[in-house]
Design a protein around this ligand. Structure first.
Ligand SMILES: [Zn+2]
Length: 815
């Protein structure tokens, strides 16, 4: 990534950044270096709350012609299939290239939606009562009822779902004779999907309409085609539709007469909403197309993008409208008073906390990190492979440096192969230690020293159970020398994190003043949520508050993640059990889910763009509710101020647009759509593949030991990779699997590790499959690919990007 010119990709990626960040990146690139600029850019992206940023970045790199770098971002499949590492137990992979701990922001994009649990678990526990429309809700629904493609923008808690029900009902009742109405309601998150499906069922089934839903794994058990054919209303997560269209099951969106996009501000970039709308618009411009469905988008905030002024905000909103083919923007204008009676809009109060300048814990860990760096430089002059690290310990930037160093070391090539093996392994070990220390520093920033220390202790226990090489022994000893002091520090109350002290004050005050207080406490990562819950339970001032946690499933960290039934259980309990007064949650709770009224929203180092903040604040629906942001970062305080300003700008821009006459608006939208279509068509022509030719070998990614020839690799069920021949079995050892589960016709038997006793790199798992008892299933991330003729090495994150022509596993003749 260091070679990339941030100025070149900026026009394609700026929607994922805030304006101040864009300026800063450009300045750094100009006055320092491009490398520093791109580092900053990635740092900003990692903090971005645009869940789709990795894909947007990839697209930006493609657009700017950086195809090799774009390859690096081929991280994950979106088609819902279990690929590569998934089955080989990603959860237990110790050596992820991405940050596994503190910066893994809760991710709620599609692939999570797709791997959801079965139906019926989210059945609403409350009894449905038909409601009467409020005046402002009728106002919001009007343009859509008049048949226009409408963007509805109204605050969280104003009952947008009810508005959608009204529109839907009117639509179903007013179909011209001879036609059949078919409505699709799209929700981006599984819990929201479950909730909306139930609302639509309760409302429409008694009226004789059939309502069905498909999401995630339920898609495997039913025919999407039949469900769409047989139902009047279909509730879906959007990827299902995208997949059905890609597979040709669904040829056109014209089968629907009304499409409702919940949280429609997501319609941008590669989000499935935008993929669907691109199909829609292609059909719109193809004059032979049949009648297209009416579009209704719902959102609490359209955002402002990178706009600096009201005029630029107008442009941003027009772009969103062009993607959704919108004719009218509907907000509450006539019935503002009525809205204010129902919708509560608490202000965000910021509590800025000053952190201690000197921190003994951080000093010790930083000392250990410096020593590890010195050891690493003795092994090999790292400067040769990776730019000298200028980042501070305990930062995102440092993590990026580790990622890039590890990657370059994997591909390090020397004349002396034995030397290459030893050096690669040792650098790998050092960087893993550095990564864990870095994580521990980040943890201690927001949670207790105790939590950071527990994290390190777990790591060192695992190290001892591995190959435990001389180098690892040496590093472990260095840590053990400090262990006593670290433990003492974790027990010393004077070292309490000042942010936690502030949190104690806030909560203590709230519950003292009103013991009936109901709080939702947001934190960025699952690990932090878990740490906060532990801290609350152990805190004598707060332990009387009955607390529960709510978080997402997690792809990597399965130990702390929650399955959908668990999430539902928590939500039900929080709704029904009046004793539970506080919910500690990740972003899983910030959009759409129906959480009972809270009068205190606390954001613990939890911040984002204007859209996110409007939604989060909307969580405090009860009367006199308060929203408090606890942070030690001055830039967050600035950002929050900026968000307030942006919100005003957004409201002004919407009003301006609503005052445009219809023809001007329609013309603007049309022009934007034409421009986008030209871009889209040219992008389609550019799809390219890198074909790897000649004989290839796989080498162990940690010690470079020979693994197999790619000729011996076979594919099972389109996504799993095995290796033929008894010779291969000699090259790995197995260890018992901690969670021997069954999956997709496979039964996990054991984990496979590199035979090299000094290495023992995780290669994958062995499974029982049909009549094969110990079939190896390897994951590409563990290896590097060597071109036998040239000796060049490459590494890949997924099988698909290698583009080898691999044979299928033939059960009759193999092994
Ligand atoms: Zn190895």
């Amino acid at each position: 990534m260091i070679e990339i010119d941030p100025v070149a990709i900026m026009p394609y990626i700026n929607t994922c950044l805030i304006e101040r960040e864009c300026d800063e990146i450009l300045q750094i690139s100009e006055y320092r270096s491009k490398a520093a600029g791109i580092t900053k850019l990635i740092e900003c992206l990692c903090r971005s709350d645009k869940e789709n940023w990795p894909k947007s970045l990839q697209l930006a790199l493609d657009n700017a012609g950086y195809y090799n770098a774009s390859e690096l971002w081929n991280i994950r499949e979106d088609n819902g299939k279990y690929v590569d590492g998934e089955m080989t137990d990603a959860s237990e992979t110790q050596f992820e290239t991405l940050m596994t701990f503190s910066e893994e922001a809760e991710c709620d994009n599609l692939s999570e939606n797709l791997s959801s649990a079965s139906e019926s678990i989210y059945e609403s526990s409350s009894v449905y009562e038909p409601k009467k429309a409020r005046s402002y809700q009728i106002e919001l629904a009007q343009p859509a009822i008049d048949g226009k493609n409408t963007l509805i923008c109204a605050p969280t808690g104003s009952g947008k779902t009810f508005v959608a029900l009204m529109i839907c009902e009117h639509h179903l009742q007013n179909v011209p004779s001879g036609q059949k109405a078919k409505v699709v309601f799209l929700a981006t998150k599984v819990p929201v999907y479950e909730q909306q499906k139930n609302v639509f069922r309760q409302h429409f089934e008694r009226r004789g309409y059939s309502v069905q839903g498909i999401c995630g794994e339920t898609v495997a058990n039913m025919s999407v085609e039949n469900v769409i054919q047989d139902s009047d209303i279909i509730v879906l997560t959007p990827q299902i539709l995208v997949n059905s269209m890609e597979k040709g099951i669904l040829s056109s969106l014209t089968i629907f007469t009304l499409m409702i996009f919940d949280e429609c501000h997501n319609t941008t970039g590669n989000h499935p909403y935008n993929v669907l709308m691109a199909r829609y618009l292609d059909q719109k411009f193809d004059s032979s197309a049949n009648q297209l469905p009416q579009i209704v988008g719902l959102t609490a905030s359209v955002g402002v993008g990178n706009a600096k002024s009201t005029n630029e905000t107008v442009e941003h909103i027009c772009t969103l409208c062009s993607y959704l083919d919108i004719k009218a923007i509907s907000t509450v204008r006539e019935n503002k008073e009525d809205l204010q009676r129902f919708g509560n809009k608490p202000e965000t109060h910021i509590r800025w906390v000053k952190m201690q300048a000197r921190n003994r814990f951080a000093d010790i860990i930083s000392g250990l990190m410096s020593e590890t760096e010195v050891l690493m430089r003795k092994t090999y002059s790292v400067a040769n492979i990776s730019q000298i690290n200028k980042n501070n310990f305990g930062t995102q930037g440092y993590e990026h440096w580790i990622v890039s160093t590890q990657r370059k070391c994997r591909l390090l090539q020397l004349e002396d192969k034995e030397k290459e093996s030893n050096i690669c392994r040792d650098i790998f070990i050092c960087t893993e230690h550095l990564r864990k220390f870095n994580d521990a520093l980040i943890i201690s920033e927001d949670a207790r020293i105790e939590d950071a220390l527990a994290y390190l202790n777990e790591f060192f226990t695992n190290v001892k159970n591995g190959p435990y090489t001389e180098l690892e022994k040496q590093l472990t000893e260095k840590f053990q020398e400090k262990e006593q002091e670290l433990t003492a520090l974790s027990k010393d109350e004077s070292n309490e994190n000042p942010k936690l002290e502030e949190l104690t004050c806030i909560l203590d005050e709230a519950y003292r003043y009103n013991p009936e207080t109901r709080t939702i406490l947001f934190a960025k990562t699952r690990a932090l949520v878990a740490a906060l819950k532990k801290w609350m339970d152990a805190n004598p001032v707060l332990s009387h508050i009955k607390t529960d946690v709510l978080m997402g499933k997690g792809r990597r960290d399965h130990k702390t993640g929650m399955t959908l039934p668990m999430q539902k259980g928590v939500l039900d309990a929080f709704r029904n059990d009046k004793d539970i007064r506080l919910l500690v949650a990740t972003s899983v709770a910030d959009e759409g889910i129906d959480i009972s009224e809270c009068n205190l929203v606390v954001l613990y180092e939890y911040f984002g763009n204007v859209t996110k903040m409007i939604q989060v604040r909307g969580r405090g629906r009860a009367k006199d509710s308060k929203c408090i942001l606890v942070t030690s970062k001055t830039e967050v305080v600035e950002n929050e101020k900026l968000n307030r300003y942006k919100e005003e700008m957004m409201n002004a821009a919407i009003e301006k647009l609503q005052n445009w006459d219809e023809t001007t608006f329609a013309r603007t939208i049309h022009q934007l759509q034409i421009k986008e279509k030209i871009l889209r068509d040219s992008r389609k022509k550019e799809t390219k593949h890198k074909v790897v030719e000649g004989k290839k070998n796989l080498l162990c990614g940690k010690c470079k030991a020979y693994v197999c020839s790619t000729d011996d690799i076979r594919i099972i069920k389109e996504s799993h990779h095995t290796v033929l021949g008894d010779a291969f079995k000699e090259r790995y050892i197995t260890k018992p699997h901690r969670k021997p589960v069954q999956f997709d016709g496979f039964e996990k038997k054991s984990k496979m590790h590199c035979r090299n006793t000094e290495c023992q790199h995780d290669w994958g798992i062995t499974v029982k499959y049909k009549t094969f008892d110990n079939l190896p299933v390897i994951k590409i991330k563990s290896f590097v690919l060597e071109n036998v003729e040239t000796g060049t090495q490459m590494d890949f994150q997924k099988w698909k990007s290698i583009n080898l022509s691999l044979k299928n596993f033939d059960e009759e003749t193999s092994i």
